[in-house]
Design a protein around this ligand. Structure first.
Ligand code: A3P
Length: 315
């Protein structure tokens, strides 16, 4: 009886420490995590308490790969699509370990406790888009694992700003807060408001410079977010090669959903699209404002292309 009580106590404390402990994240728990990410479920510990224990032979490992960003680049799509691969185990939530001091001080064991259970032949991946623009993340990740492989998904910087704005716009609407038109935020006193956080996040050269102080370029694979939208398989095959994984993701893992206007995932006999908060229509932006954004980013983009020896189809 005492043993039974101790086991129940241990199970309870484990579940409270991390509501995602049981079961190891699967596609359905990823979908659930996405709902949590957008604030639809607050506490799943009760339903997880009675779920199955982890498969024998699995343990939690710190990630061998991290998707470091960029916010609104397509990070969720990339993670969910990589989760198709049998040799990949993905963390269900955005952990914010390396960019939030209040989490970082909890230590590496706390971080590891949030990773999925994985087999020895699996690569653990977590994604926290805020890492890319964080001042501390590069050094902290380097001190955990200096030979880690990083994935960075980027899209046209102007599109990214509009996507960032759209996300905040809908969040404010949901919270009954006032909203402003895009142009009202981006233009101040007739000039581009370069202090706007969403614009600063799109200065890829500025952020990349910090990462290259700690990591070799060949440790960072850049995924083209615009291509991931149009032809996901092309980008995922490149990631498989970068991670030295056998090619397992195939064209039948994707199908185009006309209603959503995006590719959705077919895996393990199930079909699923990303949450409705991903791929929302953007506002129509005034042409002059668009031109101002394109021209502001142009120089930064060129500097970025030189830094990474690669160019992209951005404005
Ligand atoms: P929008 O919602 O502005 O279109 P993140 O996951 O980093 O927040 O990125 C969200 C973006 O992922 C979406 O921005 C969308 O354009 C992009 N995306 C890429 N592939 C997608 C897919 N298959 N389904 C939905 N969104 C996808």
């Amino acid at each position: 009886m005492a043993v039974y009580l101790v086991s129940v106590f241990l199970l309870l404390t484990q579940c409270q420490a991390s509501p995602f402990d049981y079961p190891p994240p699967t596609n359905s728990s990823l979908a659930e995590a996405l709902q949590i990410e957008v604030g639809e479920i607050n506490n799943t510990s009760q339903q997880l308490l009675f779920s199955t224990p982890p498969p024998p032979g699995t343990i939690r490992r710190t990630p061998q790969t991290i998707i470091i960003g960029v916010r609104k680049g397509g990070t969720r799509a990339l993670l969910e699509m990589l989760d198709i691969h049998p040799n990949i185990a993905v963390a269900a939530t955005e952990v914010h370990f390396f960019d939030w001091d209040e989490n970082y001080i909890k230590g590496i064991e706390w971080y590891r406790s949030l990773m999925p259970y994985s087999f020895e032949n699996q690569i653990t991946i977590e994604k926290t888009p805020g890492y890319f623009t964080s001042l501390q993340a590069p050094e902290r990740i380097h001190s955990m694992n200096s030979s880690i492989k990083l994935l960075l998904i980027l899209r046209d910087p102007t599109e990214r700003v509009i996507s960032d704005y759209t996300q905040v716009y809908y969040n404010r609407l949901e919270n009954h807060k006032p909203v402003q038109p895009f142009e009202g935020i981006v233009i101040k006193n007739g000039a581009l408001n370069t202090k706007y956080k969403a614009i600063q996040r799109s200065l890829y050269d500025v952020h990349m410079e910090r990462w290259l102080k700690y990591f070799n370029l060949n440790q960072i694979h850049i995924v083209d977010g615009n291509t991931l939208i149009k032809t996901p398989l092309t980008e995922l095959q490149k990631v498989e090669r970068f991670l030295n994984l056998p090619p397992r993701i195939v064209s039948s893992n994707f199908y185009f959903n006309q209603t959503k206007g995006f590719f959705c995932i077919r895996s393990d006999g199930k079909e699923r699209c990303l949450h409705e908060s991903k791929g929302r229509p953007h506002p129509v932006v005034n042409e002059t404002v668009l031109e101002q954004l394109y021209s502001y980013f142009r120089e930064h983009n060129h500097r970025f292309y030189q830094m990474v020896n690669q160019s992209f189809d951005w404005h």
